[in-house]
Design a protein around this ligand. Structure first.
Ligand SMILES: Nc1ncnc2c1ncn2[C@@H]1O[C@H](COP(=O)(O)OP(=O)(O)OP(=O)(O)O)[C@@H](O)[C@H]1O
Ligand SMILES: [Mg+2]
Length: 254
């Protein structure tokens, strides 16, 4: 295989130049970070599982008319996507109190919210991804009011659809983070869903036991992190045959 030009290496993925102009290859790593990079680790097989899970969820969303960057999965760890201009805003949708919302407002984790709440964070590692308002976003020109309206409308559709999908497999979608990008076709610009949707950026709790099946297991040292990601893939019916392990190194023993 010809070596691809590496465009960007992030905390969880590497972006390579794609085979055609306007495309990128996303390579999913096993690296895990939390608390703005202060906690680092490896979750064996995570990249393989997140590649599959994100493929599955993006495909289902595109079937219901949500535009996404996803084109196709290429192999265990890579997927082909449309290159977009990432809007530097992380959009968080919350259904149940958890994480920073619980901390900020003193609301116990697990409290259902009166309605879904959307929050915005400015993507900046140096600034620790500060929370921002619509005012900051439009005044500083990170997104036009119309772009923001589109992002909110899409996020609510994603929330409705994914909440139902996960409920069907016994999981509560507590909250999740989305990223969007601008895609130009001819002279027209469209806002599309980008990045990934996986247990790295969703909180998923078992409906009956409230067991956490997401990155909080890593953040909070709850153990059985790989198993949690595998369980999500298993319930979605997409666990790769023979498990997610394509790694050549020794398997971690718990
Ligand atoms: N379709 C796309 N086109 C261009 N960039 C993309 C696309 N999808 C995702 N990205 C960007 O690629 C990077 C993915 O890498 P990763 O998730 O590892 O980044 P990260 O360490 O979380 O860094 P960042 O703070 O930039 O999000 C992110 O910066 C993300 O915004
Ligand atoms: Mg990321």
């Amino acid at each position: 295989m010809t070596r691809r030009r590496r465009i960007y290496e992030g905390k969880a993925k590497v972006l390579f130049e794609g085979p055609e102009p306007g495309t990128l290859v996303q390579y999913f790593k096993d690296d895990a970070t939390a608390f703005n990079n202060q906690k680092k680790g490896i979750i064996t097989g995570k990249g393989v599982l997140n590649n599959r899970i994100s493929e599955y969820l993006m495909s289902r969303l595109s079937e219901i008319g949500v535009p996404t960057h996803f084109v196709r999965r290429l192999n265990m760890r890579e997927q082909l996507v449309r290159e977009v201009e990432i809007i530097p805003i992380e959009l968080v949708v919350r259904n149940v109190a958890a994480g920073s919302l619980s901390k900020r407002f003193g609301i116990p984790e697990g409290t259902p919210l009166p309605r879904s709440i959307i929050e915005y964070y400015y993507k900046s590692d140096e600034l620790n991804d500060p929370m921002v308002t619509e005012e900051h976003i439009t005044a500083f020109g990170w997104a036009a009011p119309q772009d923001l309206d589109d992002m909110v409308a899409l996020s609510l559709r994603v929330n409705d659809y994914l909440s139902g999908l996960f409920l069907g497999i016994g999981l509560r979608l507590v909250d999740f983070k989305l990223e969007f990008g601008r895609l130009w076709e001819n002279e027209e610009m469209r806002i599309v869903l980008a990045d990934e949707i996986s247990p790295d950026n969703c909180r998923l709790w078992d409906i009956k036991t409230n067991e956490k099946l997401d990155k909080d297991r890593f953040r909070q040292d709850l153990g059985k992190v790989e198993e949690a990601y595998q369980e999500v893939a298993r319930r979605l019916g997409i666990l790769p045959e023979g498990g997610p392990v394509d790694v050549k190194g020794p398997k971690t023993v718990q």
